[in-house]
Each structure stands twice: as structure tokens, then as C-alpha cells.
Design a protein around this ligand. Structure first.
Ligand code: NAP
Length: 488
């Protein structure tokens, strides 16, 4: 792809998922056409392109899991499935004229700040080079699959793959399938494939708290009404937002309120699983809210199917056609599905980002990733992140958080251009103050102790979650406080 030339542009965005597309739309609306979006794959959609496993869907309502500035009246379901979300993102890119800005097959390997010219040089794996005034990463928190190395996996004669890497045309009929993991992905995969497979073994290391998912179809008349009266659609989004925001009360304000959710969990488990012995094994042994609370109406009933077995003994090793557990039991399998999550705490890896004075970003983050409002990092001028450290939510839509950050980044970019500024860089003391305060709050938060989760680094630092209400984040990100920034 490379002809050795350097393409010059004002803005480089990395990633064409929710973040990259949302920012692209805002740049176009602000009249800026001089930007490119570098996308490693061959189409838009980010995690919603990659995670196309059977049953893939969202557990946040569609009216809220979409941009407020690109509302969609005709979502068919209250909780959209993967295909509908992917179509929505494709349509966002198409209808807002983003396609000419996107460079597909452009996986960024390196970005380096050039002090002399105050520019970023961005390189892709296939040798393309871009020089840009501002670099914005929108690579998500859940884009790199985490696949455990099982002893003996090299000898496995069947097919093994990660849930985010589902093979096209996979025929599961009659097969013996092992699903490893019981997170949000696994509880969607299991009920979707159980009716087709010969036998399904679900290897569970920790049980999940699963609550009912109040899903329903939006009837045509309601979709038409939303289309006809846009204020109604806005109202629907607002009501859903407030319902979800209220959930933070139990996480953030009064943790004892989680006991009501616990009651709802036991009721759901009793309703879904008749066998007391199976219920016992599906009951988590850690406090609720520590890992993400999951939503499904069909996971528990699927676990009672005669062709589904829950395996709670640890995997000891894999042989050519079998998995053996620590108790010595061997189970014959043809297919292994790793529903084992993502390396969420390694933000931006494997991209090598080098800032002022040759400073390496991963080195700067050796004690855990951090940024100011999840967006800017000291030592890295004109560099911005969407869905960066500590901007994930356990109770509400991350699209809302991404939108808040898009507004913040746009304000920085507009200042950069309006005042013909060379660089904007967050001050070290502002970043430190901000992170000390949120880490202090996170220490007391329900997600930070008592279990392992993708929110925490190996050392136990929570680098994923925002510690409070999303409204607070939105308020703090409504405009940059220029006292926090060094502007040259
Ligand atoms: P996950 O929540 O990180 O779950 C990974 C599962 O794999 C856990 O049960 C984990 O067990 C298990 N596991 C990991 N390594 C293992 C090993 N070596 N041996 C045995 N078990 C192992 O990953 P995910 O289900 O892919 O979900 C990740 C995130 O994606 C979710 O939290 C959510 O934010 C997002 N997601 C969202 C939706 C949605 O509806 N919006 C759907 C899918 C995914 P332990 O718990 O013991 O570590």
C-alpha cells in the first residue's frame, strides 16, 4: 500500500467504531474535512463488527446505545442485536459522508511526536505514513481478545477460536463443544448454540450474577410514532437514561441497595433452574457488582438442557480430542470456544506511542494507564483518547461517555485551530490530582475488591471504570478547564 510518501492531515483518528465514527461526524458538522480515520479492518463497526458470534446483542437499550445526535426511530428491539448495531454504525458513516475519510486495512503500529514541527508522525503496519497536528485514538477497551494458554492445546485436533473471532460458516450441528468462560459473551453464546450442538460443556471458573433482560419488540406503530414525533424519541432516550443512571445509586451511593438486586438474582435463578444442585453451582461466591452484572432470559434455562453440562473443575490439560479437568475426568470435544474476554487494561497496546522527549506511553503507564478525564496525558501534546482509562460504566451506556469525551476533544481541537495554537497538553499536576481523587473513590467502589475482573490490572488498580454517575463525568467534561492545560 505504501508508496513511501507522507500524507499530511490535520487530524488522525485511530479506529472506526463508535468513538471514531462519532468524532468523524462531529468534525464534519464543524466544517472540517481535513481528517482521516485509520481502521485496521476492512469495514467500520469496531467491536460490533468483530463480535458477531451467535446471540450477540447489547444489554443496554438501543435508544440509549446510539448517538443522541444520530437518533434512530425504527430500532426493532428494545435491546438491539449485533447486526442492527453494526448496520446503524455503517449508516452513520455513510449518511455523514465519512467513507472518503476512512483508510481501511490501516493498522497503526506507531505514533511519534515530532518536537521540532509540533506534529505526530503515525505509521501503519503496511508502511503508510501520516503527519498530523492532532492524534485521537478510538480503539476501545475491549478490542484485543484474551486467550488463555491451555496446557497441551498444541495437540488439539479440533477447532479452537475466541468468541470475537467466530469463523464464518462454522457448522456446529451435532458437535461436542466446550465454551470456556461465563462472562457477557458466554451467556449469550450458550443459549444460542445449545439447540444445535450435540453436547455443550460450559467451563465455569466463576459463576455470574444474571438478572432478567426486559427485552421486547418495538411494534411498527411505535417506531412510526418515534419517527413522526422526534420529541417522543428524545423523551424515550431521556427516560431510559434516567432509569439506567439510577442504577448507579446501588454502586456509588448506597451499596446496601445491591441486596435488592441479589434478591432479584436468586428469584431469576430459581425461575430458570429447577435443579437445586445446579443452582448451587451457578451461584457466585463473590459479592454482587464486583464483576459486571449480566442480563439474560435464556441462559439459565439453557443450562438445564439435557445436552448441556456445567463444568466447575479447573481445566488441567487438552489432548487431541479431549479436555481433562483437575478431577481427572476427560471430556471429548471437537470445538473449543474461548469466551475468555479481552486484555482491557493494556490500553492502546500494541501501538507504540512516543511523546515529548522520547517518552514511551506504555512506560509512562507502567503502574496502570491513566489520563485526565480519560482523554489527555501529560507529556503527549495534541493527543486525545476516546473511551480512555476510567471512562467505562457498569450501570449505563458507554456511548453516552464517548459522546461526552467527543464534546471535550472537539473543544480542545477548536481551541487549537481558533487561536492558532501549536500544542495543548494537560499539566502533570492536574492529571495527578484528578487520578488521585478518582482512585481514592474507586478504592471504596464495589468493582475494586473481592474478585478478579477486566476492570483491574494484575496489581489490582482499577483503570477501566469511572467511579461515579455518568452525569458527573458529562458535567466535568462539558468544557476543558484551561488552567489544567499548558498551551503553547
Ligand atoms: P469477560 O467478562 O472478561 O469474561 C471472561 C470469562 O472467561 C470469565 O468468566 C472468566 O472467568 C473466564 N476466563 C478467563 N480466562 C479463563 C481461563 N484461563 N480459564 C477459565 N476461565 C477463564 O469477557 P466477555 O464475556 O467477553 O465480556 C467482556 C465485556 O464485553 C463485558 O463485560 C461487556 O462489557 C462487553 N460485552 C458486552 C455485551 C453487551 O451485551 N453489551 C456482550 C458481550 C460483551 P473469571 O470470571 O473467573 O475471571
Amino acid at each position: 500500500m505504501s508508496d513511501g510518501s507522507v500524507a499530511r492531515t490535520r487530524v488522525v483518528i485511530v479506529g472506526a467504531g463508535f468513538g471514531g465514527i462519532g468524532l468523524g461526524i462531529k468534525l464534519r458538522q464543524a466544517g472540517l474535512a481535513d481528517f482521516v480515520i485509520l481502521e485496521k479492518s476492512d469495514s467500520v463497526g469496531g467491536v460490533w463488527r468483530e463480535n458477531h458470534y451467535p446471540g450477540a446483542a447489547c444489554d443496554v437499550p438501543s435508544h440509549l446505545y446510539s448517538f443522541s445526535f444520530v437518533p434512530r426511530a425504527d430500532w426493532p428491539d428494545k435491546y438491539a442485536n449485533q447486526a442492527d448495531i453494526l448496520d446503524y454504525l455503517k449508516e452513520c458513516a455513510r449518511s455523514h459522508g465519512l467513507e472518503p475519510h476512512i483508510r481501511f486495512g490501516a493498522e497503526v503500529s506507531e505514533a511519534r511526536w515530532e518536537e521540532a514541527s509540533s506534529h505526530w508522525t503515525v505509521r501503519t503496519r503496511d508502511g503508510r505514513v501520516y503527519q498530523t497536528q492532532a492524534l485521537i485514538t478510538a480503539t476501545g477497551q475491549l478490542s484485543r481478545p484474551s486467550t488463555p494458554h491451555l496446557a497441551g492445546i498444541e495437540t488439539f485436533a479440533g477447532t479452537a477460536f475466541h468468541s470475537a473471532d467466530w469463523p464464518q460458516d462454522l457448522d456446529l450441528r451435532g458437535k461436542r463443544v466446550a465454551v470456556i468462560g461465563t462472562g457477557a459473551s458466554a451467556i449469550q453464546i450458550v443459549p444460542a448454540i445449545a439447540p444445535q450442538v450435540g453436547r455443550l460443556y460450559l467451563f465455569q471458573r466463576s459463576a455470574a450474577y444474571v438478572l432478567p433482560k426486559p427485552d421486547r419488540k418495538y411494534p411498527r406503530w411505535q417506531q412510526a410514532l418515534f419517527k413522526r414525533i422526534p420529541a417522543l424519541l428524545k423523551l424515550s432516550r431521556l427516560v431510559i437514561y434516567l432509569q439506567y443512571e439510577a442504577k448507579a445509586f446501588a454502586f456509588v451511593t448506597w451499596r446496601a441497595a445491591l441486596r435488592f438486586k441479589r434478591i432479584a438474582f436468586f428469584r431469576n435463578l430459581r425461575r430458570g433452574v429447577k435443579s437445586a444442585e445446579l443452582r448451587e453451582r451457578l451461584t457466585p461466591d463473590y459479592r454482587m457488582g464486583c464483576k459486571r452484572i449480566l442480563f439474560s432470559n435464556d441462559f439459565y434455562p439453557a443450562m438445564e438442557r439435557p445436552n448441556v453440562d456445567l463444568v466447575t473443575d479447573a481445566i488441567a490439560d487438552v489432548r487431541s480430542v479431549a479436555i481433562t479437568t483437575a478431577d481427572g475426568v476427560e471430556r471429548k470435544v471437537d470445538i473449543i470456544i474461548y469466551a475468555t474476554g479481552f486484555t482491557a487494561t493494556d490500553f492502546l497496546a500494541p501501538i507504540r506511542v512516543t511523546g515529548r522527549c522520547g517518552q514511551d506511553l506504555q512506560q509512562a503507564w507502567r503502574d496502570g494507564a491513566e489520563a485526565h478525564l480519560g482523554s489527555t496525558v501529560t507529556g503527549f501534546p495534541n493527543f486525545f483518547m476516546l473511551y480512555g482509562p476510567n471512562t467505562n460504566l457498569a450501570h449505563n451506556s458507554v456511548v453516552y461517555m464517548i459522546e461526552s469525551q467527543i464534546g471535550y476533544v472537539m473543544a480542545c481541537l477548536q481551541r487549537l485551530w481558533r487561536d492558532e495554537i501549536r500544542t495543548i497538553e494537560v499539566r502533570q499536576d492536574a492529571q495527578r490530582r484528578y487520578n488521585t481523587a478518582i482512585q481514592r473513590r474507586l478504592e471504596k467502589a464495589t468493582w475494586s475488591k473481592g474478585c478478579t475482573s477486566w476492570y483491574l490490572t494484575a496489581a489490582g488498580k482499577n483503570v477501566a471504570n469511572w467511579p461515579g454517575y455518568s452525569l458527573e463525568f458529562h458535567w466535568r467534561a462539558r468544557a476543558p478547564n484551561w488552567d489544567d492545560y499548558a498551551v503553547q
